[in-house]
Design a protein around this ligand. Sequence first.
Ligand code: PLP
Length: 443
Amino acid sequence: AHPEVHTDLPGPRSRELLARRDKAFEGPLRNYINVPFVLGEKHGHVLTDVDGNSFADHVSAWGAAPYGAQPPSVRDAVATAWDRYGMEISQYLSSEPVITLAERLIDLAPAGITRVAPTVTGTEAVEGAVKLAREATGRPIILGFLGQYHGESTYLTATTSTDMPGNTSHYTQYVPGVILLPYPQRFRAPFHRGPGPHDDTLCLDYLREWILRYQVEPEQVAGVLIEPVAGEAGILAPSQAFWDGLTGLCREYGWKLLLDEVQTCMGRCGTVFAAERWGLQPDLLLVGKGVTGGGQAVAGVLGTEEMMANAHAHLGGTYAWEPAACAGALAGLDLLADGRILANAKSMEAIAHEELSPLIDELGQVGDVRAAGAWACLEFVTGAGSTVPDPAFQHAVHRAALRKGVFAISEDTKPLYRMQPALTMELELFRWSCRQVADAARQ
Ligand code: PLP
């Protein structure tokens, strides 16, 4: 049986709880993701709201539950380690799961990565990478990219932006020393040269231009902070030419490559790291989300010997890599080592294209369909040939898909509908979900 919705959304119990939530929490931003129900329980790849409606889970805790809810081996590993070690502060008192996790991540990482700095969140990992890059180079500036997401700390909100024209909600508190450049995006190019497709070399030319426009001395730039596949910007994957150009600039000017794989690490795009796809060799590689195995919070910075062996920048904190979280992460890596999970993620990419890409020709408002591994995204525009975003259509699709039992990501801040299931979602359920979304778009 497939997921099913049998009340209005929100249902009566959800409505009551959402009203309580709205009184108790800060600000209006909590509504920007438009989730009209409250979670009752979640098992495997299906969640149920407090009114008994069920939904296929295409959010998977924003990628932090990569093997569905409560994968048994992860749960057992967390519980066993907790029974054995309790809560412990690993930066002061190490234990075996902590050390083994560091070694396993180094083994999995691209060539040149030899060391790890533990953190609890992706935000802290990116913050740590900025500190390390500044320390290693003695330079102040970080180059970031428009449309990317790196976290909610004061510094990182300056590196984060969303691409909805007129969006005034989130990321306005800039700090000095961050310069945002256009990210290659072949469907729409809202940040530069007006709407319309453009290629990746243009984007690199533009990068050079911006450096001139802002009168940035390339010798003042510590590093380039970039997602290998831009997740929050809608599954944008640059070409090899872009990466070759960017890494060339890094070499030319001594910029460090800070690759943010918080969302893409551990199989999201069908390879353990997205970096593998273009043969990237980052100086610092940031991990989070999928590395938890869906157990407890684990994130970190992986880096080269040069960047990390003698660094003084201190990362970590009380909860960084507490032993039970590390044991859960190790159990997750054991699951990933069975190649079937990566193969499953790759199959989802093909299914997403089969089921959703025909909508581009069929419906003018579906401007683009993009997918990478267990990640798929529809981008909505006002009509055939248009590159103007259509948030009203986006809302309608999201609402209709919810009523059909598909829970995915649709934020007010961008004209995108994103499916981000666990890598382990049954292919039949994924295909069924894509069909519900396609029907929702046709309505
Ligand atoms: N970097 C990327 C690419 C992310 O997608 C996220 C979170 O969504 C972060 C960093 C921040 O991670 P966290 O939410 O664990 O602080």
